[in-house]
Design a protein around this ligand. Structure first.
Ligand SMILES: CC(C)(COP(=O)(O)OP(=O)(O)OC[C@H]1O[C@@H](n2cnc3c(N)ncnc32)[C@H](O)[C@@H]1OP(=O)(O)O)[C@@H](O)C(=O)NCCC(=O)NCCS
Length: 418
């Protein structure tokens, strides 16, 4: 049995010890020296205090681990909810496998449950590690590697270069996008300003009626280190609020065909390929030549629901399909006992009400919290969980009704990385 770590907010006096944990935990630190790392954390403590909190894990007076929490506003099923993110998880290698990370994860869940956040998110360093702790898969990322001519050539409208002075209009354009896009999180204007001022990033926008309706932020990378004039374009952000904006941005990319070899574009839009005249990536390793390779995929953001009744109460004004039924949900949560529970919910033409009486229901479903989290965010439908044996149902005749109630037709999109 290992001694439990004490978790608390990082103080200014802790910076040196905390930085030592970071540089030892991450074999490839972002900084060149311990002083760089200290400055980086000090700057963040000062500038990001409104949205990022740093925590330390202590055993016998020594800092053995650290992490930081992010406050996000996330469009989840068309409702803006508060979601907490966790990053920079680091454990001093001298104290590994003593459950320091487990203690920190527990604290992350407890603390945000106390504050009343129903949803947690993170980017996993290893999927299995967090899956065991109740985090579910989100949407697949797709990395396209396209010829510029694959982008349709259409009217380019009113294109312009964007710089630091355009941060407010870029931010307003993105806000509009977030209001209409499931899974996206709000971003501060300062973040956009930093990107737009970064000399190595280029930004092109498109205006209509004087308002910015779409933008791309990208960089160039040489195809080979010595080939000065042979570059790929790496698109980091593609945001558009209407069809005209998308057409104009694609027209811009198409017009760069003399200069750009391939366009690298990372998207969670599962239908993106249907927009392109040639979605292939020029590789044939995975499928020989009978089938044409289009993109490579990865799993990114993971999601975790920590309070099932609280979550459904937060959605009382939102419809879950249009069915009327009483459903008992039994969620297995081995990592967070308070959430390892059954909840009975009455859906009235899709409107959910959490009931106190657990005994009277039409159908009971059961599953692990990680799978429920994926289902709630729309990353996987109920019928698939049932087919794979990841969910159980008391009466199979209700399977379609439960699917129509709990499924969400869109997969969550997310642009932030933390
Ligand atoms: C990854 C890293 C944070 C792990 O830290 P660690 O303190 O060694 O990990 P832990 O000892 O807490 O391991 C997790 C424990 O929780 C346990 N656990 C996980 N889910 C559980 C569950 N649902 N119920 C009970 N226990 C659970 C695991 O079984 C494991 O215990 P075990 O080793 O006895 O099996 C650390 O190696 C590190 O700092 N790596 C470098 C930086 C990095 O990659 N950070 C992550 C970025 S996201």
């Amino acid at each position: 049995m290992f001694m439990k770590s004490e978790i608390s907010l990082l103080q200014k006096d802790d910076l040196e010890q905390f930085a030592q944990v970071i540089v030892h935990a991450y074999p490839m630190p972002y900084q060149n020296s311990i002083d760089d790392c200290i400055h980086w954390i000090r700057d963040s403590l000062k500038n990001d205090a409104a949205s990022i909190k740093y925590y330390k894990a202590v055993k016998n007076g020594t800092i053995v681990g650290g992490m930081r929490f992010f406050d996000f506003q996330m469009n989840m099923r068309n409702v803006m909810i508060a979601a907490a993110g966790m990053g920079l998880v680091a454990v001093n290698p001298l104290y590994r496998k003593e459950h320091v990370a487990k203690d920190m994860l527990h604290f992350f869940i407890e603390e945000n449950d106390r504050i009343g956040y129903p949803m947690l998110v993170l980017y996993p360093f290893q999927i299995g590690f967090y899956k065991k702790m109740g985090f579910g898969y989100g949407t697949k990322q797709r990395m396209y590697k396209l010829l510029p001519t694959s982008f349709p050539e259409g009217p380019r409208g009113q294109l312009l270069f964007l710089n630091g002075q355009d941060a407010a209009s870029v931010s307003a354009c993105y806000e509009k996008h977030v209001a209409n896009t499931h899974g996206t999180t709000r971003q501060s204007q300062v973040n956009f300003e930093k990107m737009l001022k970064n000399f190595h990033l280029k930004a092109v926008g498109v205006k209509s009626n004087g308002r910015l309706e779409g933008f791309i932020i990208f960089s160039y990378k040489r195809v080979k280190p010595d080939l000065v004039y042979e570059n790929d374009m790496h698109v980091h952000w593609l945001v558009y609020n209407n069809r005209e904006a998308l057409t104009a941005l694609f027209g811009y990319i198409h017009a760069q065909k003399d200069q750009i070899k391939r366009v690298y574009l990372n998207t969670q839009d599962e239908y993106f390929f249907s927009l392109l005249e040639d979605p292939t990536n020029g590789e044939s390793d995975a499928f020989n030549s009978e089938k044409l390779e289009c993109y490579t995929t990865a799993l990114g953001m993971m999601y975790r629901v920590i309070n099932i009744p609280g979550l459904f109460r937060a959605y009382k004004a939102q419809r879950f399909g249009a069915e009327s039924l009483t459903m008992k949900m039994t969620i297995r949560d081995s990592f967070f006992q308070r959430n390892n529970t059954s909840t009975t919910i009455r859906f009235d033409a899709g409107y959910a009400e959490v009931l106190d009486d657990l005994k009277k229901y039409d159908v009971e479903i059961a599953m692990d919290v990680s799978d429920f989290s994926s289902l709630f965010v729309g990353a996987v439908p109920f019928e698939k969980l049932l087919q794979f044996g990841l969910a159980e149902i008391s009466d199979p005749a209700y399977a379609d009704v439960v699917s129509r109630t709990l499924n969400y037709p869109k997969k969550p999109m997310c642009y932030v990385y933390f």
